[in-house]
Design a protein around this ligand. Structure first.
Ligand code: GSH
Length: 229
């Protein structure tokens, strides 16, 4: 049976959400951060030590995009991916890869600058912030052109790859989404899905939904304070 290792408040929420959307059988193992990074048990499982990790027979694999594709094709009969014959195939591919190829690194870079104690008086940080705004404007514009989901009419794995960065990731780098009305409407739709609700119940019941415009509370600061106490 497929085993999914989910570390709370992390990118592995994508995999739990995916399994719930596909309604497949899987064994969910929950891990806590220790206090900020992965706990030893995840590092023992996977050399890189990041979440998610999946296990299937002899296979142990990380990287959320790889895990998503593996599960869709091995257990989901290709559901939530669009085939090359679909008119929105290129859109699907583009937004699926945009999630971890541009948007997530865009937020991570800003987070690293903030953690290093820099602010927007730093030229590099300022450039990273402007680039993140561009990434968000680009997505907001696309959603505003009548696209209910990133690949068009159909909800797909491109959405599952993306929502983490627009919600949970904002606890690490609290960016504001107030000026992106199409993204905010999109997030409201996403969290209404039964699959998303099931993932929350099973994997993240204590985390506030971060779908509003203003920046959410900073989780890193809270963790730091807790580890000092
Ligand atoms: N590109 C990887 C990134 C995974 C990643 O960085 N996960 C973070 C959680 S959001 C993590 O495990 N951080 C803890 C650590 O690095 O120890 C993926 O998509 O799986």
């Amino acid at each position: 049976m497929l085993t999914v290792h989910h570390m709370c408040v992390s990118q592995s929420e994508r995999i739990v959400w995916l399994c719930e959307e596909l309604d497949i059988e899987y064994d969910l193992k929950l891990h806590k951060r220790s206090p900020m990074f992965s706990p030893q048990e995840l590092k023992d499982l996977y050399e890189i030590g990041t979440a998610p990790v999946i296990q299937d027979g002899d296979l142990t694999m990380g990287e959320s995009a790889a895990c998503v594709e593996y599960i869709i094709h091995k257990y989901g009969n290709g559901r939530l991916a669009l085939p090359p014959t679909h008119p929105d195939y290129a859109n699907y591919l583009y937004w699926f890869h945009y999630a971890n190829g541009s948007l997530q690194p865009g937020v991570s870079r800003c987070m690293s600058m903030k953690v290093a104690g820099l602010d927007s008086s730093n030229d590099v940080f300022k450039r990273y912030q402007e680039r993140l705004e561009l990434y968000l404007r680009h997505m907001d514009g696309h959603l505003g052109r009548g696209n209910e989901w990133l690949a068009g009419k159909e909800f797909t794995a491109a959405d599952i790859m993306t929502v983490f960065t627009l919600t949970t990731m904002r606890t690490f780098y609290g960016y504001d989404l107030s000026s992106y009305s199409n993204i905010l409407a999109y997030l409201k739709r996403a969290v209404q899905r039964p699959g998303y609700k099931s993932y929350r119940e099973k994997g993240e019941s204590n985390l506030p939904l971060m779908i509003d415009g203003p920046a959410p509370e900073n989780f890193i600061e809270k963790l730091k304070a807790k580890s000092k106490a």
